[in-house]
Design a protein. Structure first.
Length: 145
């Protein structure tokens, strides 16, 4: 149970992210989540979108270097300590979290996280064993309808 994350290399210069998002807007691609990590000369923008297959083709046609990575998306309670429980379960079971970012939906008392780990299957089992069920691409889209 994974969702498709698109990672895009952007030049680290003023306006690069705006140009990227204009392409998404023009193509009517809806962003669900976004994370940006910068380096001296370039940045990596990671996005979850409503239509990953079309998006990757559009971006490649526009000359962007990008890739698709399966990542875990999980729903957790929106209360203090909920993230601690999730991270402790992963760490106690030897699952290293490479990076993570959050996103919001109009659903009360829930928070949503994207988790990048080396082994989605192993991490998914640990999460399910600890009461957190990863959601798939279709379930993710259902959150926004």
């Amino acid at each position: 149970m994974t969702v498709k994350q698109i990672s895009v290399f952007l030049e680290n210069k003023p306006g690069a992210l705006a140009e990227f998002t204009k392409i998404l807007q023009k193509s009517e691609i809806d962003l669900r989540a976004l994370s940006l990590a910068e380096h001296e000369d370039f940045g990596i923008v990671r996005v979850i979108v409503d239509d990953p297959y079309s998006t990757i083709q559009i971006l490649k046609d526009e000359g962007y270097v990008c890739s698709v990575t399966p990542v875990l998306a999980v729903e957790i309670e929106d209360k203090p300590g909920a993230l601690v429980k999730l991270l402790t379960a992963l760490g106690d079971n030897g699952v290293n979290l490479e990076y993570s970012y959050a996103f919001l939906v109009r659903k009360a008392k829930s928070a949503f996280m994207i988790l990048r780990v080396a082994d989605n299957e192993a991490a998914g089992k640990v999460l399910r064993d600890n009461g957190v069920t990863p959601i798939c691409q279709d379930e993710l889209e259902g959150l926004f309808k």
